[in-house]
Design a protein around this ligand. Structure first.
Ligand code: PSU
Ligand code: MN
Length: 308
């Protein structure tokens, strides 16, 4: 525990809330550094925190700073991270020890944020989309570490599904194999981030925060390891035209192929390419869905905190 404290810094406002059993929502930082351009990324990160507060919970944005995992960044730290953008190291599970040893600035992915949230004692986190099995993943073996993390770390992830830059069908199969519940929130279909539907049905549906919190409580009580995906579709008025976004994604994937982009660079490359191609329309959708996920995560956190 002492050794852990050397590498984990929980900001006082978050530490106090966690200790008192108040609702806290963890937030990731790769979406800030690699998912959106400056200064919209910083504005959005602060708005997300405000939305968590407005829905009755305490936000804790997570990143790696100066040799520590920081849970509960302050405004200046969020600003610095957003401004540094792509020069920040995108940090997933495998990268954490190295980024900490080198005392570099690290933005946490879904996997790394789950690890940090769990170390700090936060059971729920909100983001935009999760990583997954990439298209042609059956050949490249490019499967996001997010999926393995969901299999082992007990944190709920509220998201808007996975982008169709990924193979959504195989992503769902992988999660099923690993025993990860994918809960459709007021939907019977896996949402595809920019759009409410993907064509892939979900077998689990829950429509209220209390039931969702209860299901997670039971999962833990049974000793079933791992997390849970809460798939919350983008608000209808912020949804993109499926044909337009799918065309853009197809072009972006072809461009990545031509340029030989692989590994951890592929997701940021595609996100940036899509944003520029849609002249910011996709960025607006992205912002709206993250805010909606933050609000839902806060409501589930409140339900969880009533009966932990
Ligand atoms: N998908 C998005 N936006 C993102 C990411 C994924 O729509 O910002 C980020 C998240 O941090 C996610 C990570 O955990 O990319 C997955 O990267 P990889 O596929 O390299 O594991
Ligand atoms: Mn990958």
């Amino acid at each position: 525990m002492n050794q852990l404290n050397t590498y984990l810094k929980v900001a006082p406002h978050a530490a106090e809330a966690i200790a008192a059993g108040k609702p806290v929502v963890a937030l990731e930082s790769t979406i800030i550094s690699h998912g959106m351009p400056y200064p919209k990324n910083v504005e959005t990160a602060l708005q997300v925190e405000e939305t968590v507060r407005a829905n009755g919970a305490i936000p804790a944005t997570i990143a790696l700073l100066d040799g520590k995992i920081v849970v509960g960044l302050d405004r200046d730290e969020i600003e610095a991270l957003g401004k540094a953008g792509l020069s920040v190291t995108k940090t997933s599970r495998r990268d954490m020890p190295i980024v900490l040893a080198e005392k570099k600035m690290g933005a946490t992915t879904v996997a790394a944020t789950m690890i940090a949230a769990n170390l700090a004692g936060i059971p729920i986190f909100a983001t935009g989309g999760i990583g997954g099995v990439h298209r042609k993943g059956e050949q490249t073996l490019d499967i996001s570490a997010d999926l393995e993390e969901l299999a082992v770390t007990p944190v709920m992830v509220v998201c808007s599904g996975a982008k169709s830059i990924l193979d959504i069908g195989r992503t769902l199969e992988y999660l099923e194999t690993k025993g990860v519940p994918v809960v459709g929130y007021e939907t019977d279909e896996m949402p595809a981030f920019y759009t409410r539907k993907s064509g892939f049905p979900l077998t689990i549906r829950l429509d209220d925060p209390e039931k969702t919190a209860e299901a997670f409580r039971i999962k833990r009580a049974l000793g079933l390891s791992g997390g849970m995906v809460i798939a919350n579709p983008v608000p209808a008025d912020a949804e993109m035209d499926p044909d337009l976004i799918n065309q853009t994604i197809t072009e972006a994937l072809a461009d990545a192929d031509r340029k030989g982009i692989t590994g951890k660079d592929i997701t940021p490359f595609l996100l940036d390419r899509i944003q520029r191609q849609t002249s910011g329309r996709s960025l607006e959708t992205n912002i709206r869905l993250v805010l909606s996920n933050a609000a839902l995560a806060a409501r589930i956190a409140v339900a969880l905190s009533r009966r932990p």
